[in-house]
Design a protein around this ligand. Structure first.
Ligand SMILES: [Zn+2]
Ligand SMILES: [Zn+2]
Length: 425
């Protein structure tokens, strides 16, 4: 990294060069294919939203809203007392998807279950640390309009298959139920009563949480608080009949597709909008920040945003964390063919190369005419499967060398594409 560079990029945001961008693409293509296979269509919502959306949709009192918002100041025409904080770079996309659904009255124009996926950058003003970026990428799916436990299983199943197909190593699916408006208050009362008797052992944040939002007690990373919470009341013992039945069916559906979650009664997720099913996929290989994907059912969010009562379930996965876990693979070459032509008529070669590219052959050509030897070295370095030699005295005929077998063939330019692409299959 260049030191003291006056034009340096913004902290917590990174540049992605072609070799790494390929990894992103591989992962994203795989997600698209799988999500489309279960009827999810891509939804693209704006990067900028009004701050109130997340205050309402994610919840005041969450770290995202309290500490991590990336504000975008409003211009004159919208200026007012809150002009500096009127808008925000989206910290997550579920609230945006719900907003888009409500605002565009999708329940009227396209009744029935809507299945969406999204893929793109999110922004959180976090303390930069390993594995945490201020601009990061999320892939997510949202299934809107179905209260069925089958939909929970479908959402979880496609996430699980996506992650398994990436060969990330040891992954565990954690699942819990956070109850519903009928049974959660009872649990919150029990949890609060429990926390109040142990206030002395809790950190300052948790003392406030015990009063304001006891479910967040489970989020604390302080060892003292974790010890206390290990003995906390189990929400599974407080679920109502319907929540219990819902969870049993989710587990049954999952079992049919060979997915076995680990029930984790302390899993609550940090966001206000979840109801019933919540889940997380964790990796043993990521240290403390070990969740690679998370989600849950949010039956009340859309109504909360003044839409029609619409049950929903969804998840998101952090692409950069997944990339950290991807197994090393041999880099794929950029070219099928690398051209060795030291000149002089590079214009003619350029025309032939362009024809090949138009036929879908990936061809490397460099104009900085050098010796045949230097160009061959370059060809070798690119890893191209073929090297193509152009001779100055015989420009219509080329020599195509298969770099794996060493076999060399003389042929005309217009035979190259068939030869190269044919071999490819
Ligand atoms: Zn319930
Ligand atoms: Zn604490």
């Amino acid at each position: 990294m260049k030191q003291n560079y006056p034009y340096r990029g913004v902290k917590g945001m990174k540049d992605v060069f072609p070799a790494e961008a390929r990894h992103y693409r591989r992962l994203e293509d795989r997600a698209r294919r799988l999500l489309e296979s279960c009827g999810c269509g891509e939804i693209r919502t704006p990067l900028v939203e009004h701050t109130v959306l997340f205050e309402r949709g994610v919840g005041q009192g969450t770290d995202i809203v309290n500490k991590e918002m990336f504000y975008v100041p409003a211009k004159d025409e919208e200026a007012g007392p809150d002009a500096l904080r009127r808008m925000v770079l989206r910290p997550e996309a579920t609230a945006s998807v719900a907003r888009a659904y409500v605002e565009n009255e999708i329940d009227k124009t396209a009744p029935g279950v809507q299945r969406y996926f999204y893929l793109g950058p999110m922004f959180r003003y976090e303390r930069p640390q390993k594995g945490r970026l201020r601009q990061f990428t999320q892939i997510g799916a949202e299934f809107l309009g179905s209260p069925s436990p089958g939909t929970d299983a479908e959402a979880i199943g496609v996430l699980w298959d996506f992650l398994q197909g990436l060969f990330l190593g040891d992954l565990t699916l954690l699942l819990n139920s956070v109850g519903c408006p009928a049974c959660r208050p009872d649990y919150l009362t029990a949890l609060q009563a429990f926390a109040r008797t142990r206030v002395a052992s809790l950190c300052e944040d948790c003392r406030a949480r015990a009063e304001k939002n006891p479910l967040r007690l489970f989020d604390c990373k302080q060892p003292g608080c974790r010890t206390v919470m290990a003995g906390a009341p189990n929400i599974q013992d407080h679920l109502c009949h319907d929540c219990r039945a819902h969870q049993a069916q989710v587990l049954d559906f999952l079992q049919r597709i060979g997915v076995t979650p680990h029930l984790e009664h302390r899993l609550m997720r940090g966001l206000d909008y979840y109801t019933r099913t919540v889940f997380e996929v964790v990796s043993q290989n990521l240290g403390a920040q070990n969740a690679v994907a998370a989600g849950g059912r949010y039956d009340n969010l859309i109504a909360e945003l003044e839409g029609p009562a619409t049950p929903a379930v969804g998840w998101s996965a952090g692409v950069e964390r997944l990339l950290e876990l991807l197994p090393e693979t041999a880099p794929e070459p950029w070219f099928d063919v690398f051209v060795v032509d030291p000149g002089p008529d590079l214009a003619a070669t350029f025309a032939q190369v362009t024809q090949l590219r138009r036929q879908g052959v990936r061809v490397g050509l460099e104009f900085e005419a050098r010796s045949v030897k230097a160009l061959m070295k370059r060809a070798d370095k690119t890893g191209a499967r073929f090297t193509l030699f152009v001779a100055a005295d015989h420009p219509a005929q080329v020599q195509l060398k298969d770099m794996t077998s060493g076999e060399q063939t003389g042929l005309a330019w217009d035979q190259v594409a068939v030869r190269v692409l044919g071999k490819h299959e």
